[in-house]
Structure formats: structure tokens, C-alpha cells
Design a protein. Sequence first.
Length: 168
Amino acid sequence: MQTPDVPDFLHSAGVYRAMGQNPALLRAWAPLRAHVVTQNALGAYRLEIVILRAAHAQDSSYEWAHHVVRGRQAGLDDALIAALKGPLTGLEGEAALLAETVDALSGTTMLPPSLRDRLIAHLGEVATLDLIATVGFYSTLAFILKTFDVALDAEIVEALDAAPLTED
């Protein structure tokens, strides 16, 4: 659904064209995105769990769809992806810990000391900081995407039409 008071070019422009309306923001965004997406200490598999749970927490259909595709590429199966939209009781092990962390950050903007300590014991301090930064980055991205009603990229629509998410 398009928002009537948003310029038409933003509805179908993609996230970077939308952000390109503020070149200084886009220039500042690029190095942080590079770190969060490709240079973080989480690794691709964990990163996609975190992003999908953050997309769910922010109700960001754009990021959810994009990261269903990317999550599959990183090795997540459809059952895990689907479970990331559900209660924590549907998750186990590391996935549950990562999702619990995203939920805490999304709900209270901080980790309780016991969760922080478990996360650091499991991932280390560097990866814990990268996880926190990832949730913040994707929360900000969701604000932009949803405010300007950015449409899904055609290749993501095609990929999900060809292989819809299943729970089996």
C-alpha cells in the first residue's frame, strides 16, 4: 500500500535511491553497512538469524523478504526462518540465544546483564558488539523503509514467488 503523501519515486525506488535524497547520510551509511553486512564477527549464518529476527521485531516486510532469500543463501533452512517469526519457545540453542538478544534490544534497547554475560560467553565481546550494532542498523533501516513505503526489489519478489517460504 502506497502512502499518498510520499513522493512517487520513493515507492518503487529501492532503499538506496530513497536514501540518496540525503547524499551525506548515504555516504555515512555505506561504511557502516559494509561492516555490519560483510565485516562483522558473527558470520553469515548468525547474521541472517539476527537480521530476520530484527526484521520481524520491526515488522519490516522489506527486510524480512530480502533476508529470507539471503538467509537461505547463508544456509538457513525454511523451518528455522519460519520459526524466527514465532515465539522463542520455537527456537533452540544458538538461534534461541540470538533471537532472545534481538528481542531484548528491540523491547528495552539494552541487554539485561545475565543475557549480556551469556552472549559474551558464547560469542565473545566483539561479536556481541557487532550483534548489537546489527540490530540498531536494521532498526534504523526499517524506519526508513516503512516511512517511505519502499517496494520490494523485483528480483526478491521473483525469488520468493519461485520458492515460497515453507515450514517443512
